[in-house]
Write a protein that binds this ligand. Sequence first.
Ligand SMILES: Nc1nc2c(c(=O)[nH]1)N[C@H]1C(S)=C(S)[C@@H](COP(=O)(O)OP(=O)(O)OC[C@H]3O[C@@H](n4cnc5c(=O)[nH]c(N)nc54)[C@H](O)[C@@H]3O)O[C@H]1N2
Ligand SMILES: Nc1nc2c(c(=O)[nH]1)N[C@H]1C(S)=C(S)[C@@H](COP(=O)(O)OP(=O)(O)OC[C@H]3O[C@@H](n4cnc5c(=O)[nH]c(N)nc54)[C@H](O)[C@@H]3O)O[C@H]1N2
Ligand code: SF4
Ligand SMILES: [Mo]
Length: 900
Amino acid sequence: MEIEAAREVRTTCPYCGVGCGVLAKVAADGQVSVRGDPDHPANFGRLCSKGSALAETIDLDGRLLHPEIHGRRTGWNEALDLVASTFSQTIAEHGPDAVAFYVSGQLLTEDYYLANKLMKGFVGSANIDTNSRLCMASSVAGHRRAFGSDTVPGSYEDLELADLVVLVGSNLAWCHPVLYQRIAAAREKRPEMKIVLVDPRRTMTSDIAYMHLAIAPDGDVALFTGLLAWLGQHNALDRAYITAHTTGFGQALFAASALDLAAVAAATGLSEDELGRFYGLFAATAKTVTVYSQGVNQSSSGTDKVNAIVNCHLATGRIGKPGTGPFSVTGQPNAMGGREVGGMANMLAAHMEIENAEHRDRVRRFWSAPDIAQKPGLKAVEMFQGVADGRIKALWIMATNPVDSMPDADAVEAAIKACPFVVVSDVLASTDTVRHAHVRLPATAWGEKDGTVTNSERRISRQRSFLAAPGEARPDWWIIAEVARRMGFAEAFAHETPAQIFGEHAALSGFENDGGRDFDIGAYAGVDAVSYASLEPFQWPAPERAVQAEPPPEPVASTERHPIRFFASGHFYTADRKARFIAIRPITETRTTPDFPLVLNTGRIRDHWHTMTRTGKSPRLSQHIAEPFVEIHPADAQHHGIGDADIVRVSSPRGDVLVRALITPRQRQGGVFAPMHWTDQFAAKGRLDALTAPLVDPVSGQPALKHVAAHIERFAAKAFGFAVMRQKPERVDASYWAVARCRGGWRVELAFADATDWTAFAGSLFEAPSAEMLAYHDRDAGQHRIAAFDGEHLVGALFVAPGPVAVSRGWAVEQLEEVHASQRERFRIVAGRAGGERPDAGATVCSCFSVGANQIVAAVAAGCTTVEAIGDALKAGTNCGSCRSEIRALIQAGRVQAAE
Ligand SMILES: Nc1nc2c(c(=O)[nH]1)N[C@H]1C(S)=C(S)[C@@H](COP(=O)(O)OP(=O)(O)OC[C@H]3O[C@@H](n4cnc5c(=O)[nH]c(N)nc54)[C@H](O)[C@@H]3O)O[C@H]1N2
Ligand SMILES: Nc1nc2c(c(=O)[nH]1)N[C@H]1C(S)=C(S)[C@@H](COP(=O)(O)OP(=O)(O)OC[C@H]3O[C@@H](n4cnc5c(=O)[nH]c(N)nc54)[C@H](O)[C@@H]3O)O[C@H]1N2
Ligand code: SF4
Ligand SMILES: [Mo]
């Protein structure tokens, strides 16, 4: 037999905006493995837990493999014809603004470019918006107000060169783990480097922080306007930079001076002493980078937060120089690419402005477009309101799951259900959004598709396919081009490869661009297939001309590894080429009420990605945190009568969820935090966005997803349960359930409002009528254990108790893969204290080597006092390193205990 040599393909991770290079290998037997690309300048070989587990997410389980109309399988021709004719007809009858596309930062640039071209140039409406509205819109708006363009000035290297890194509303350790690791490594080399974390919660990122400012929700505008005033008072300004390269400083400083330090302290919930120490540190450290993310963007004052931060950098001239700059880190793998193609309702293409007639004319001529959109379209929240009130009659959703991720998600779901025509392009056959589509279009997934993405430091990298497209799945760009052709725009959508699309996009960026527009990759205009195939990661700008025309070349390249930086010597993209200070007055807003007295803050966990459509497939990633939870401060928990591991109902005026209580002093008092990831596919009632409000930032239109008034109460469960089983349960008849993938099958956490017939319940859960059932019941104690066997193999086991079930999760999961040869062995599952004879590994900390918290605690007790020693003893933390901050926290907790 001939053995095929394994192929290794250079591609890019499809998760976060760090944009790590990945080497994917398909072995001769078809097994896929991945490792970090040592030559990629984003990660130099590193990958986090999610990147490392990519091979576990590419199976075909649950994939949408054929086009469907009203749930019926059909061929591409029929589906595409129906989409094209319905959109055309709707436009003919009701005008171009009666249709809309809702797209995603997870599309590749080529897909995104065509979607935007079709809507803005050929439909003639700007009703294309994207989940980036929920993610990056405030940064875009802030950049445009200050710089005249949506430019991220710096590079990742600046995070390593800085002496002070201020992380604002960013849980870098969990959400941009490889960047976090780069900073942690730099700090290990230069211990004088300091990190300040500004976050209402003490997240895992605080692990490397010199100072954690547990700011009050939305206190950021006050914090940074206070800083500007302080810099002014303490003579810590770069007057030369301000004079030469900026306008509006006087007004900004005047506005900032409206609050004195005591008022800033009141608005931020920080002490004057804390403020003084932070302000002094900032003033004294020339090499400062301020990194910010959703704690800044997802706010009703998001754009002001961005400009309050940018103001401080402009005032100190800390921009564009090595180790300096405001740095908005992007969430999705192609959030930046989406901005480059103008995929938002208020942008055009190639960083041109829809409000600018000259720009519209230029794009129209370049595209030979009949009907270029004349005005901005509906932004995400308005778009779904437009769907709800019937203004939008045909909607096409691509690569996003708004029924779970949009604020006021129940209203969004109702709008989608009522919309006359909904098309969804997705890779899965059943998500909370896909299930409402009239037409389902199967898209190729990561590993099957080709194109480019741009990461947070403006670096464009190739995603390359290494797997064949399954079933009839097709790339998103192909689907869009086919629909466009069928709508009568064949000439403008004649592209046959992603390379042709990228070449056109690059050409537009350079078209009539004499240096007046920041986004210019004209060097790649009309790139040929061969060059595109071997395209190396590059940072923009990459203009066609070697030397820019007057004004002098800008941005300047540094001498180190030649990263490109903007704005060291001014040359902003405003009319006078000066940056604008924005005068900002902080407004303090109280959203809580006596009925909803707590601030609900929402966000992410380390090992899950958004609505879990991919990470939910990985047993390793699903073990880190296996159910939805709410973090509550001990004082608030006590006040509301909530105990650890209780089930809690979190409600807002819009809806409620049922989640597990996690009581921790890491949470600020007066607020609670819950993750956004759980959907109807994974939990009984975990869709967090059913609670969030469609309240948006007035400038950017980005929703305030981190500040929602909420109420918590203990759910009075009569019984709790835990089960493991081979097959995913079809239906779970319990008030609370959360299902997660595990090795050998699935695990379910349960809680019940009333006791029930447990044997019958187990039967319905395992759906194995012919299985041998073994049971142990202690009715007085409310303890029940039921196991079902198929010969020597466990089909499922259910453990019920009156309080949170104490069985070892790790032990129970292992039983699924073990052989239970004798009746005696089988009976052990239900007899005695299940797994009691073996130590429980505890909640998974290290996903790569499946090491649990209890194992680490035991190793600490046995004398391992460093992360390295734990690594030597257990291997934990030695692969991707994403868990190193958690290991360090466990070591510290061990030390505290030892000292007590
Ligand atoms: N593991 C994982 N990584 C991801 C993702 C994922 O789903 N999972 N998604 C990616 C995407 S699309 C994005 S956008 C990024 C998001 O990355 P991050 O923004 O880092 O993540 P979040 O958890 O949404 O929010 C960050 C922090 O903001 C804090 N915060 C809340 N309110 C405030 C406030 O008023 N002020 C301040 N200063 N902080 C506040 C929260 O407590 C939280 O810790 O992550 C990306 N990376
Ligand atoms: N409460 C709360 N809500 C939030 C946030 C928050 O912090 N708090 N964060 C917001 C932010 S920043 C973001 S970015 C959003 C993310 O929210 P979503 O975009 O809704 O989340 P995903 O789960 O990433 O959805 C991606 C969808 O695309 C599908 N898909 C994957 N690959 C492809 C492909 O190649 N082609 C196609 N056509 N489909 C594909 C997946 O199966 C999935 O259904 O959530 C927002 N919502
Ligand atoms: S940090 Fe992790 S999730 Fe983000 S791109 Fe790198 S490997 Fe992927
Ligand atoms: Mo995002």
